[in-house]
Write a protein that binds this ligand. Structure first.
Ligand code: MCN
Length: 775
């Protein structure tokens, strides 16, 4: 039985179905009589719309309708609502303009939706979309984060392009610490804009049932219940039970498929108007213009140190690019929620952070694997390496001196959050051994003899995971004793079916082959917040554990009757209820069967066995770890090769070491991709999107990676009965600074002082050339 429990490297139960091609991904779903939509999108970064002529398109073969923003406005559909209350620097309320679904009068980024063409076939919709004539009056635009302040206003109502200001920490204490510091190190770090590249681009299939006055959305979203709530309460203004959201297999989501996108309401609205299902499937070439983007900020960071290298204070001023629209809290998440990890795993007496969110003529930004945590870790870990170089200190010693010791746990940081547990020094020391850091000088010399530069980085990462939002699970037995589990989280490839069956097996001893797993359907699952912020294992898993506890509690009453013993004498272990001190026992399955037979039940006990659990953590967990990365740089071409990568992670109790490794590998790959090559680029002046397809947006391939060695050094948390911390983003959080610090370590001996991602061969070569010129 234990072979399926917590801590076992079980191969994923969902994989045979997926590798046989029997998954049900978004584009596999089709409804009888469905029509197809193509969205007409803006070709300009910023322009007034003078006119939209839909007549020719509407008359084209197969076309059922062409809709514009005016039609949408006439029908009075709502928009997403913000719950966050923020202010601008002058104290006035935050400026957060929501997207209406189809824009009217003005376009504000390349890709801004203008019209909807619905036709019998996709090809007919595509042809007709070409015939929609939009007359534009182009306006000056701004896309670069650093130029947003003082750039052309994206909205007339917001002349300075400032949406809001977020602050954390103690400003006065930080200023005082800087005033008495022996050393102050200052740098400016740029974090590029990227786009989540999933296997399957987004999609939405909407149906409307006039008999029931009900909308059904099939879409690949991460929070099915919250999408339903938004569609019901904000968009269509109907009770939640009039909207159903169904999500099948998801071909990657990475934060970007989180919430309600304009296309969701557009297909439902069109389905209602036309009386037939309407499907939108994002084309690969449409994905970058259509989706939310991520990261994109510029930070001025300052570190105050004492004479001996002790950290006195950290001050960071960040300009965060939120794009043209701020439609929901989600669009601001990365600009505040995770900024608190800027102090990393280090003891800072004082810190102060300001994040100014600025509007530009670009797609909105939103969470993408890490959502603010890779950015925070990047700033602190780069600053420490730069400080060590500036002050001539050893960067490992500098870290050792300032790491929060495990004896200080729980530790309240200078940015106001409490790390409940962790042993950062232990993880770092172990990682140094795992990566053979002691052997690095010899490897560097060997590279040098071959004419190559070698660099090493050791970075410590920490992230906020599994915050206080509630999550839901239900265990439902059938009269035969078989079980179905319903989860409010939504698997997108993390292996949830396996993880939750392992947790269920651990607690109830149920054979995983005898459990059915269901998620992603708001009619079948009572409640859910969904999957994001590395929360599913911790919060969903604990909800499941709670439901299992209730199964055991009720089961004990039934078992007492079956075993003719007192309830107080019944114990549950290994899937069996037994009478203490005897060999009399009854299996859970038998008890479940008996639960449906009133004659077998103690007097007054309600028949049936279906229990729910809803868990809301008191606070976040703090997964952490140490990443050691080694790179080799070809001095002639600037090409960067990953030479080795090792991680010692602490995600608390590991549920499944195999799937955990998969998660960390994938996370590292997304960090390495951004550090080395991925980037969304806009042309200055025109604001045109220059990287709209894989021809221009560089994606890492297998040959960009080396083996990634992962070892766990768990410090289980007491915040949940599993002892688990989140893990889904851990790889990405450390990878950005690990790669760039290693590149900097290779380049610094040539005199390179500043270097921003991506470390493409062209940019590295340029850095080498200009360092050579200034030398
Ligand atoms: N795990 C474990 N022990 C732990 C924690 C996690 O064994 N203590 C393993 C489990 O197999 C679990 C998996 O790691 O199923 C991820 O767990 P968790 O940290 O709870 O993260 P979530 O399931 O909530 O997933 C969210 C996270 C995020 S925020 C992004 S973004 C991301 C990621 O997961 N998107 C992904 N990984 C992804 N992987 C795939 N394939 N596709 C995505 O879209």
């Amino acid at each position: 039985m234990e072979k399926f429990g917590i801590g076992q490297s079980i191969k994923r139960f969902e994989d045979p179905r997926l590798v046989r091609g029997e998954g049900r991904f978004h584009n596999d779903v089709n409804l009888p009589g469905q029509a197809h939509v193509v969205i007409v999108r803006s070709l300009h970064a910023h322009a007034r719309i003078l006119s939209i002529d839909t007549a020719t398109a509407a008359a084209a073969p197969g076309v059922l309708a062409v809709f514009t923003g005016a039609d949408l406005a006439r029908d009075g559909l709502g928009t997403m609502k913000m719950t966050l209350k923020r202010k601008r620097p002058d104290g006035s309320p935050m400026f957060a303009p929501a997207h209406r679904g189809l824009t009217q009068d003005r376009v504000r980024y390349v890709g801004d939706p203008i019209g909807l063409v619905v036709a019998e076939t996709l090809a007919e919709a595509e042809d007709a979309a070409e015939l929609v004539r939009v007359e534009y009056d182009p306006l000056p635009s701004v896309t670069a984060t650093a130029e947003a302040l003082g750039g052309p206003p994206v909205w007339d109502e917001c002349a300075d392009n400032v949406s809001n200001l977020f602050e954390a920490g103690d400003k006065a204490a930080t200023e005082a610490a800087f005033a008495r510091a022996a050393h102050v190190v200052r740098r400016r770090y740029v974090i590029t804009r990227v786009h989540a590249q999933y296997m399957e681009p987004r999609g939405a299939l909407g149906a409307y049932d006039p008999g029931e006055d009900r909308y059904t959305l099939h879409a690949d979203v991460q929070y099915p219940h919250r999408v339903r709530n938004a569609l019901a309460s904000n968009i269509f203004q109907v009770p939640e039970h009039q909207v159903r959201v169904i999500v099948g297999d998801v071909g990657g989501a990475f934060g970007t498929k989180g919430w309600q996108y304009p296309e969701h309401k557009l297909v439902l609205w069109a389905a209602r108007k036309l009386g037939r299902p309407v499907k939108w499937q994002c084309e690969r070439r449409e994905a970058i213009p259509a989706d939310e983007h991520a990261r994109d900020n510029v930070s001025e960071a300052e570190l105050a140190l004492d004479t001996d290298g002790s950290f006195l204070a950290l001050r960071v001023r960040t300009l965060a690019n939120v794009g043209a629209y701020v439609s929901s809290d989600r669009n601001l998440l990365a600009t505040f929620s995770n900024v608190v990890t800027l102090v990393g795993v280090y003891a800072f007496p004082a810190a102060h952070v300001q994040v100014l969110s600025v509007l530009t003529n670009t797609n909105s930004t939103a969470p993408y694997r890490g959502a603010g945590r890779p950015e925070a870790t990047y700033v602190i870990e780069r600053l420490i390496d730069d400080a060590a170089r500036d002050l001539g200190m050893d960067r490992l010693e500098l870290r050792r001196k300032n790491l929060i010791p495990s004896s200080a746990m729980p530790y309240k940081t200078a940015l106001g959050v409490t790390y409940d547990c962790g042993d950062f020094p232990k993880s770092m020391e172990r990682a140094l051994v795992l990566a053979d850091v002691a052997g690095f000088p010899a490897r560097r010399d060997a590279s040098r003899r071959r004419g190559a530069l070698r660099g090493l980085a050791v970075v410590n990462a920490i992230e906020r995971a599994a915050g206080p939002a509630p999550e839901f699970a239900e265990i439902r037995f059938a009269p035969s004793g078989s079980a179905t589990v319903f989860m409010g989280t939504k698997n997108q490839g993390q292996g949830h079916e396996t993880t939750f069956k392992q947790i269920l097996h651990e607690r109830l001893g149920i054979d995983p082959t005898e459990v059915r797993y269901i998620d992603g359907d708001t009619d079948r699952v009572a409640f859910g917040m969904g999957t994001m912020g590395s929360r599913s294992t911790v919060v969903g898993g604990t909800a499941l554990w709670t439901a299992a506890d209730k199964v055991i509690a009720k089961g004990k009453k039934i078992a007492a009757r079956l075993l003719e013993a007192a309830e107080a004498d019944i114990v549950f272990a290994g899937g069996k209820f037994s009478v203490t001190g005897t060999d009399r026992a009854v299996a859970l399955k038998e008890v479940a069967r008996a639960a449906f037979q009133p004659a077998q039940l103690p007097a007054g006990l309600e028949p049936g066995l279906y229990e729910t659990g809803t868990f809301a953590p008191k606070q976040d967990t703090w997964p952490n770890g140490c990443h050691v990365c080694e790179v080799e740089v070809d001095q002639d071409t600037g090409a960067v090769t990953l030479a080795s990568y090792a991680i010692v992670d602490d995600v608390g109790t590991v549920i499944n070491p195999l799937t955990l490794k998969g998660q960390i590998h994938g996370g590292v790959a997304q960090g390495v991709g951004q550090a080395l090559m991925e980037q969304v680029v806009y042309e200055p002046g025109s604001g045109q999107l220059l990287t709209a397809s894989f021809m221009e947006y560089a994606m890492p391939r297998a040959d960009a990676f080396c083996d990634i060695h992962i070892e766990s050094s768990p410090v289980p948390t007491k915040l949940n009965p599993l002892g688990a911390k989140g893990a889904g983003e851990a790889g990405t959080v450390g990878a950005l600074p690990a790669v760039i610090n290693a590149v900097m370590d290779a380049l610094a001996p040539l005199g390179v002082r500043d270097f921003d991602m991506p470390a493409s061969s062209e940019r590295v070569w340029q850095a080498i050339q200009s360092a050579g010129r200034s030398a």
